[in-house]
Design a protein around this ligand. Structure first.
Ligand code: FAD
Ligand code: SF4
Length: 508
């Protein structure tokens, strides 16, 4: 009896486990654009368009390679509207008796497949370098699950940047040489733009008609939608931006939203690029003398370190991870996250860029939008929903540990050893945002005081019992104690007043 082979929108890899395990002479590949997925949260229109366009092209590729593909378009009147429903429909049409799938990257979908009244085989997703079992082994009996140690294991396992059993250059991590501010530079390479072809244009029209109300601009749309394009984007990054990647990794500039970042996360997460090939390409550039070690090591760490680590955490912790709220933050996400006016230039830039491009780089996500949400005590579940909706690369396995764990400390310190919070000083040091802001980053109190300066202390005092004994945070509390008491009271009162104005819907 033939089988149904499920290929999800983020499993667009010719060698994905379910396809490897299938028989192209007998089995039927099932792919489906369904409202159940497209509207599971209100995704950014560019994200939906990228996934649908890439799925359509991948289905055409599979057919060209001899596979039978049953493809459901979003506007198919026969569609059941869900992945599970489409599998049942195809099973009834073909009398296929079982389903072969690669395990999805979201508990919701795993549970839906497991609940189907059909035998479903879920194969491990071996497009990742670290399997779930390996991560569990690594995590077992450890008091703390720090990424840095996991990363070293992954360096040993892959052999990337290794020399005689040790790290190239005798150091595992070159961050001390990274993370500098950046200046505007007309010669800094811009990421490549991919003009939509007829397939993509058709998808863009569909998305405009069906998801036009979602937050975010659909056009101009310039993402690659197939493997060839994704490879061109990778080559462009390696040749043009990788040499400056390390130094400019944390910088933020008003006129340059992408700096020397790779913009490859959408392609990695869809399966159009593989993590190992990307890292090997970067390593080859270093060996050829085309990029410095600090940049290449920093880049490889993001992929074999952070990317694999957050996936490990997501599956290790189970479906109960995303609802966590260790700091008991309950405030509603303010409308400025959806583009409402704000006087804070940093937030206005980060959110505006997100609306226009469905992209912001890591430090904009962590130290601007994430930092503000944490300082202001926003409900982490609402923050998580926001990140899942607005970014082109957002899939729960990668987004949730970054948001719930790294950014919002809502897992109580599993991912981050201390909360990523800062006053305006950090943003001022790493960006040119403050120069164009109606608040003053140097003002610590008074009507012009940067809200990050006020909320920073408010956050630390709210959570004093939890953080005061953290060795990396103790000195900050001692600085607070040294502050004159009248000043301390003013700062806290002004922070309260700011939060009250924000909650009342005033422009802040
Ligand atoms: C609150 C928050 C939410 C995030 N949500 C997502 C998300 O939904 N999807 C996503 O792919 N990344 C997410 N990240 C991580 C990171 O911001 C993006 O991977 C990165 O900005 C993608 O842009 P890039 O390709 O230009 O990355 P670069 O800065 O050029 O980095 C290269 C690659 O490293 C990987 N990478 C870097 N940092 C991380 C990280 N912390 N976790 C996982 N992979 C990483 C990505 O694959 C990325 O493409 C989030 C970070 C934060 C702080
Ligand atoms: S002054 Fe404060 S609010 Fe304004 S851009 Fe700088 S950090 Fe952001």
């Amino acid at each position: 009896m033939s089988r149904l082979v499920l290929v999800l929108g983020d499993q667009l890899t010719l060698t994905v486990a379910a396809l490897r395990g299938a028989d192209r002479a007998q089995d039927l590949v099932v792919m489906a654009e369904v409202m159940g997925e497209a509207a599971s949260v209100a995704h950014h229109p560019q994200k939906i368009a990228l996934i649908f366009a890439a799925m359509r092209k991948f289905a055409a590729r599979l057919r060209a390679e001899g596979w039978q593909v049953a493809y459901t378009r979003l506007d198919d009147p026969e569609s059941s509207g869900s992945i599970g429903g489409e599998l049942l429909r195809r099973a009834a049409e073909t009398e296929a008796g079982e389903v072969l799938a690669t395990i999805p990257g979201e508990w919701r979908l795993i549970e839906a497949l497991e609940a189907l009244p059909l035998p479903v085989t879920l194969l491990p997703d071996d497009r990742f370098l670290c399997s779930r079992a390996e991560f569990e082994d690594w995590a077992r009996d450890r008091k703390q699950l720090r990424m840095e140690y996991f990363y070293r294991e992954m360096r040993r396992k892959t052999g990337l940047l290794m020399q005689a059993g040790g790290p190239e250059g005798a150091q595992w991590n070159y961050d001390a040489e990274n993370r500098r501010p950046a200046a505007p530079d007309l010669f800094r390479a811009k990421p490549p733009r991919f003009e939509p072809d007829a397939v993509t244009e058709e998808v863009l029209d569909l998305v405009e008609a069906r998801f036009g109300g979602n937050f975010g601009r659909l056009r101009p749309f310039g993402w690659a939608t197939d493997r060839e394009g994704a490879l061109r984007a990778l080559e462009h990054f390696i040749a043009e931006a990788l040499p400056r990647f390390g130094a400019e990794q944390d910088a933020m500039l008003r006129g340059d939203p992408t700096l020397s970042h790779a913009l490859i996360s959408p392609y990695l997460n869809l399966g159009l690029l593989a993590p190992l090939e990307v890292c090997q390409r970067a390593e080859a550039a270093w060996r050829a003398g085309a990029a410095p070690l600090n940049a290449v090591e920093g880049f490889i760490r993001q992929i074999i370190g952070w990317r694999e680590y957050v996936r490990g955490i997501y599956f290790l912790e189970g479906p109960g991870y995303t609802p966590r709220n260790a700091l008991e933050h309950r405030r509603a996400l303010p409308p400025l996250y959806w583009g409402a006016e704000t006087r804070m230039a940093c937030l206005s830039h980060a959110v505006g860029q997100t609306r226009d491009m469905a992209y912001a780089h890591h430090i904009q996500r962590l130290m601007v939008t994430g930092n503000f949400a944490l300082l202001a005590g926003i409900d982490p579940h609402q923050v998580h929903q926001w990140y899942l909706e607005v970014y082109i690369d957002a899939y729960e396995w990668v987004e949730a540990p970054n948001t719930i764990g790294m950014s919002q400390f809502a897992d109580g310190g599993l991912v981050a050893s201390k909360p990523y919070v800062s006053s305006g000083n950090y943003i001022n040091g790493m960006s040119d945002y403050c120069k164009g802001c109606s608040y003053s980053v140097t003002a610590k109190q008074g009507p012009a005081a940067c809200p990050f300066n006020l909320l920073y202390w408010h956050f630390l005092l709210r959570h004093r019992a939890r953080f005061e004994r953290n060795p990396r945070m103790g000195p900050v509390y001692r600085t607070w104690e040294k502050m004159e008491s009248g000043k301390r009271e003013t700062v806290l009162a002004e922070a309260e007043a700011f939060l009250a104005r924000m909650e009342a819907g005033e422009t802040v």
